[in-house]
Design a protein around this ligand. Sequence first.
Ligand SMILES: Cc1cc2nc3c(=O)[nH]c(=O)nc-3n(C[C@H](O)[C@H](O)[C@H](O)COP(=O)(O)OP(=O)(O)OC[C@H]3O[C@@H](n4cnc5c(N)ncnc54)[C@H](O)[C@@H]3O)c2cc1C
Length: 383
Amino acid sequence: MELTFEQQRLRAAFREFADAHIVPHANTWDREERMPAEMVRQLASKGYLGAVLPADCGGAGFNMVGFGLLNEELGRGCSSIRSLLTVHSMAALTIWRWGAEAQKAQWLEKLGQGQAIAAFALTEPEAGSDAREIRTEAVVSGDDFLLSGHKKWITFAQIADLFLVFARSQRGPCAFLLERNTPGLVISPVHGMLGTRASMMAELHLEQCRVPKRNLVGAPGFGLSHIASSALDCGRYSVAWGCVGIAQACLETCLRYTGQRKQFGTLLRDHQLVQRMIAHMVVGVKAARLLCYNAGQLKDAGDPTSMIEISIAKYFACKTAAEIARDAVQIHGANGCSSEYPVERFYRDAKIMEIIEGSNEIQEITIAQSACQEVADSAAIAR
Ligand SMILES: Cc1cc2nc3c(=O)[nH]c(=O)nc-3n(C[C@H](O)[C@H](O)[C@H](O)COP(=O)(O)OP(=O)(O)OC[C@H]3O[C@@H](n4cnc5c(N)ncnc54)[C@H](O)[C@@H]3O)c2cc1C
């Protein structure tokens, strides 16, 4: 993986930021199930919340590889803060790509500078992997839409100022910008999740929320096929790199621990069965990082295969992070089961990654279908 000089400089800055401001506090945030406002401000002051937006829209103007490196380093420190970057970037990028000029003028600079926080609200109690099942309804009422429904598992909804909400309308699925202070919107915090516990999750209850028609994002009917799908492409990419970060954190923690702890008169790192786990970690981290880097380069080049390559990277990186985190707990023994060490948090967070932004099974279906389609296309060309 050949990073440019600029990318190496960015990575070093991200790493320094994570080591100084995130790594020392992540276990506390996890235990308290909250992200301090000061941390969000620091992220914003670095311009990281505008990572995906071009500089002329108030963003940092990183390319996708640069954005990936940021996700890796934040994810190495804390998956909850990386989740904030994920959902905020998904919404910001959606407005940049699909939004009307007035929506861009109203939101992009604020989102890019972190003066407003955005969340992504697709999932519902009855609609998870199959988003076509969403029941939230948008009904026309004069110059407005009235939105009613229930959104579940919404990351950082406790603090978000703006929600990218998906609903069905008479003209098909639509995406809307819903502001936090809209009458009829009730936000109920969710606690006690397995992982990403500081991600300030909440449910949204929408009761006849009046949203002006100008808050519709993109064309009616395109809500899932274009808008959710491109936002999720960004989300998967961000999560994939975040998993590289979790796996790298596990590796670093295990290298330190096995170099200090002795059993049977020998450092753990000199036991061959422990070495096997370390070797798997080294190879897994490198392979996952290369897949993410490949996907990022394709994305930067505007290559249409980037979408499937992102699915492949997300699938591999999430599975690898989950396996590596499990081995990291194993290597730490009872200490690995205690919150005194970070590996139990990595283990819980890594499990979450196998479910969000398209579960492992959904990625398997997508990857297999794409491979079959490729074979069919080649056969058609040959005929
Ligand atoms: C920590 C966390 C944060 C989240 N943040 C957000 C957020 O910010 N915004 C948001 O909109 N949503 C969010 N979600 C929801 C997330 O997107 C969903 O959990 C995910 O899409 C899976 O849906 P589900 O949980 O309803 O599982 P289901 O869709 O009910 O799936 C359950 C199981 O069945 C499997 N399955 C489903 N369909 C198939 C199939 N066709 N073939 C084989 N297996 C299948 C799945 O892989 C899974 O293992 C979050 C979830 C979590 C846990």
